[in-house]
Design a protein around this ligand. Structure first.
Ligand code: ARG
Length: 462
């Protein structure tokens, strides 16, 4: 049996908590990372209590200096955390009372751990969203710098993983920029709903003390107060929303990783990933494995798993707070840590990619990437698109037999399929001719890609 004399809620208990139950129900092993936010929340709450004449200014001063001492003890690693005190809140409150006596016991006036924990995770998540967004911006800047260097670097654009039409590498990179940008917007939107103050809800119904929630919200930088006390302590939809945005972001990073793994393989050989992002094999001396993208692809699974865990934690809960909610923390923390490490790896790795321009170009020259351009040319000369498609299909078949690209066929050979083809066809069939022709916003013409990069730079710096 555990000793119940230390418990902050021990008053009505006659029997000590079972030792296993004590360990089973405790959260301090993982929620102690919220200590900074817990202390910030307590300071704001105490300041509000004093301004509302619920505690005295001497008591507030004692609380402030006690919390400051505890904070530096935690920072220096000298604070003793106790499982018997269950969670971060009661560990800190007990330490405060041990230091300052009566005033420490008054801190919890008009407050409950239910609104306290909801406040802590919102403060934590707001900070993390800001760090994640800053890392996304760093990655986006890296994408833009690399894209700007490659507005004329031609590579094959693929559909079904088969050569489709030529694109410039900068355009391809800007596709990733757009996806990551939407992820950043989703996080910014989620932050609005995270940044709402639960404190004042107390256990579930509010409090009988004359509190000033607006003041607490202002002190903590919240945009507003939760409008319903039951909702404030019970729902974790803001964390689920974050995990959903995180899952989409990881899905994008995972797709991108897959591409980097393929591109750095000897079969594609489009890019070189610098050695510092790869590791070797313990048995095969020739190996250089793209571990960083592989691991990002692999870590995507745990973020999807956390989203499922959070949804499932919430789905069976009646109003208001239930202990189930303690299970929100580990998936949430793991999602944040995973996201930050994967983004940091990408922000570092993407600008360091070395494209192998000749290989990209040669790959675009194989696979009849300009076949659509030939069909479009015939359409411009008056042939209906379906007929043009047929003519070009036949020429591609001729090319396959002769082992030649369309641009390598003679004019006579091409005219045998359509008299509309004239000598100006050869500029149309070049890779440059093909990309230059797609000259509209959103297209792959180098000039358009340069404009897209300029616009993107403005949007992330503005
Ligand atoms: N450790 C709890 C949690 O993470 C804090 C709130 C506990 N409240 C309670 N009445 N048991 O949700």
């Amino acid at each position: 049996m555990a000793d119940n004399s230390k418990k902050l809620w021990g008053g009505r208990y006659t029997e000590a908590t079972d030792a296993f139950v004590e360990a089973f129900t405790a959260s301090v092993e993982f929620d102690r990372i919220l200590a900074t936010y817990d202390i910030a929340g307590s300071l704001a709450h105490a300041t509000m209590l004093e301004k509302s004449a619920i505690i005295s200014s001497e008591e507030l001063e004692q609380i402030k200096s006690g919390l400051a001492e505890i904070s530096s003890e935690i920072d220096s690693g000298n604070f003793t955390w106790s499982i018997a005190l269950e969670d971060v809140h009661m560990n800190i409150e007990r330490a405060l009372t041990e230091r300052i006596g009566e005033a420490g016991k008054k801190l919890h006036t008009g407050r409950s751990r239910n609104d306290q924990i909801a406040t802590d995770i919102r403060l934590y998540l707001r900070d993390q969203i800001d760090s994640i967004s800053a890392t996304i911006r760093k990655l986006q800047t890296g994408i833009l710098d690399l894209a700007a260097d490659h507005t004329e670097t031609i590579m094959p654009g693929l559909t079904h993983l088969q050569v489709a039409q030529p694109v410039v590498f900068g355009h391809h990179l800007m596709a990733w920029f757009e996806m990551i940008d939407r992820d950043c917007q989703r996080l910014a939107d989620c932050r609005k709903r995270v940044n709402i103050l639960p404190l004042g809800a107390a256990a579930l119904a509010g409090t009988s003390f004359p509190i000033n929630r607006q003041l607490t919200a202002e002190l903590l930088g919240f945009d507003g107060i939760a409008d319903n006390s039951l909702d404030a302590v019970s729902d974790r939809d803001f964390a689920i929303e974050f995990a959903a945005a995180a899952s989409l972001l990881m899905m994008h990073l995972s797709r991108w990783s897959e591409e980097l793994v393929l591109w750095s393989s000897p079969q594609f050989d489009y890019i070189d990933l610098p050695d510092r992002f790869c590791t070797g094999s313990s048995i095969m001396p020739q190996k250089k494995n793209p571990d960083v993208p592989e691991l990002v692809r692999g870590k995507t699974g745990r973020v999807f798993g956390s989203l499922t865990a959070l949804l499932t934690v919430m789905k069976g809960q009646p109003l208001a707070y239930n202990k189930d909610n303690q299970e929100d923390k580990e998936p949430l923390f793991d999602t944040v840590d995973t996201l930050l490490s994967c983004l940091t790896a990408f922000a570092d790795m993407i600008p360091a990619i070395v494209p192998k321009k000749d290989n990209m170009r040669n790959a675009a020259l194989r696979g009849y990437a300009t076949a659509t351009d030939l069909a479009d040319y015939l359409v411009m000369k008056g042939l209906p698109f379906r007929d043009a498609h047929e003519v070009v299909g036949k020429l591609v078949a001729d090319g396959i037999v002769a082992g030649k690209d369309l641009s390598e066929l003679t004019l006579e050979a091409m005219q045998s399929q359509s008299k509309l083809i004239e000598s100006d066809i050869f500029t149309v069939l070049t890779l440059e001719g093909s990309v230059n022709a797609r000259n509209h916003p959103g297209g792959t013409a180098p000039g358009q890609v340069r404009l897209a990069i300029q616009k993107a730079r403005k949007s992330i710096n503005g």
